[in-house]
Design a protein around this ligand. Sequence first.
Ligand code: SAH
Length: 460
Amino acid sequence: MTTTPPENGQPADGLRGYVYIIGAGPGDPELLTLKADRVLHESDVILYDDLVPASLLERYGAQKIYTGKRKDSHHFEQEAINEEIVRHALQGRTVARLKGGDPFVFGRGGEEIDVLRQHGIRYEIVPGITAAYGASAYTEIPLTMRKLSSSVAFCTGHPVNKIQVPDADTLVYYMVASTVHEVLDAVVSKGRAEDTRVAVVQNATRYNQKVFTGTIGEFRRREKAVYSPALLIIGDNISQFIDQNWYSRKKKVLLTGGGESLYDPREYVTVHVPCRPVGDADRELVRKAIEGIGGYTVLFFPDRFSVKFFLRYLFGSGRDVRHLSGCRIFAGSKAASLELHHSGVNAELYEGLESGGQKATGEKKITGGEILMPCSDHGDASLVASLTALGNRVMPLAVYMQGVQEQEERIDLGFIDEIRFSSPSCVRNFGTLYPSISAAITVSTADEQTRAEYRRVFGA
Ligand code: SAH
C-alpha cells in the first residue's frame, strides 16, 4: 500500500497530533452537530472563541483555552491563535478549534488550515450552523421564498469602506454592530427601495435574542445604535409579525441548579447559571480524596453536578465506579440519583431532602458515618451541619464551581421570566452576583428552606 505524502513533503508523524476545526453554531447549545459533539469528547484541548456558549463547553473534559478578543481580557491576535493550535498539536494532542457559527463563514478557518498544512499537521473540518441560519429559523425569516426571494447573499459590514452590495434578493450582513447605517446607505445607493423591509437580529438563538424591524427608510432615520452580536437581514421575505416568533413566545427560565425536567421544552427555554471545573488547588484535593476513598463509609451527592464532576475526576484518574464499592452511596436529589443511575450506580435516595432537609437525613439515620460530600465551591452549610449533628463526620469536597467566569457575559435578567433556586446555597451564591431581582420575574424554590433563604437574601 502506498501513502501519499503531505503536500509539503513532510513525513506523516504520529506525534503531530490532530486538529478538528469545528463550528459551534450560533448560540443555542443544542444546535451543535452530533459529529462536533463526538470530536469534542475525544479532544485533549479546546481552543474556543468569543460567541461559543459557555454552557456548551461544560460538557467536555478537555482543557479549555479562551482565544477570543473580548475587552478586558488577554487579546489574542490570529497569529498567536495559529501558534497556539500548532503548539498543542505538535505535542501530539487532539486539538479542537471551536468557533462560533460555521468555521468557513467569516470564521478565518481558511487561514488556520493553511498554517496546519505548512506544519504537516492533519486536520478535519466540522461545519456548524452559521448565524444567518440560526437567526432565520429562530425569527421566522425564510432566507429564500417562492416568488419573493430566489437568491441570498452573506456579506460583511466591516470594514466600513469596503461594504459590498451583491445583486441578491435577500441580503444578510454579518459584523454590523456599529455599521447598520453605513450598510443601509450602501444598499440604497445600489438602488434598493427605501420601503424594503429590514430586521436586525441580536443574539440569535440565545435566551436574550432580540429582533428590531422596520424598513430601510425607518432605520436610516433612527439614531445610530450598536447591536452586538447581530445580523442585519434585508429583503421582502421579512414579515411584519416576526417579533411574535415561536422562539420569543417561550418563557425563559433561569436554573441555579437542577429542575430542568420541570419545564416543558415546548413552552420554556432553560438557561443555566454556568458550572465549571474547580481550580488546580482544589483538583489536587479531589485527587487525594479519590485516592483515600477507603477512609470514608458514605458518599453523599447533593446534586446532579456533584455527580457529573466527581465521576469525571474519578474516570480521569483511570478508575471507575468499582473504586467506590466500599461506600454507601446517597443521592440528595432525584436529579443526582438519575445521574448516578446513568453511570451504573443505584444510589439510596433522600427523597425528603428537597422538601425538608434535616428531618429526612434524620429519618434515614446516617449516624457515625465518615461522609465524603462532593459539591460546589459554595457547599450547602446547613446540610453539612445537619449531618454533623447526627454524629457524622462530613468532608465537603469542591468538585465544581458555580458562578460567572471573568470572560463570561453576565446573565441579562431583563430577558428572564422565571428563576428557580434549587438550594439555599444557590440563593446565597446568586445573591453575591446579582444583588436584586425585579418584581416582574417569577421566583420558584425547591423547598421551604430555600424559600426562606430567598426571603432573607433578597428581602422579599
Ligand atoms: N463564523 C460565524 C461568524 C463569525 S463573524 C458564523 O458562521 O456565524 C462574527 C459575526 O457573526 C458577528 O459580528 C455577528 O454578525 C454574527 N453572529 C454570530 N453569532 C451571532 C448570533 N448569535 N446572533 C447574531 N449574530 C451573530
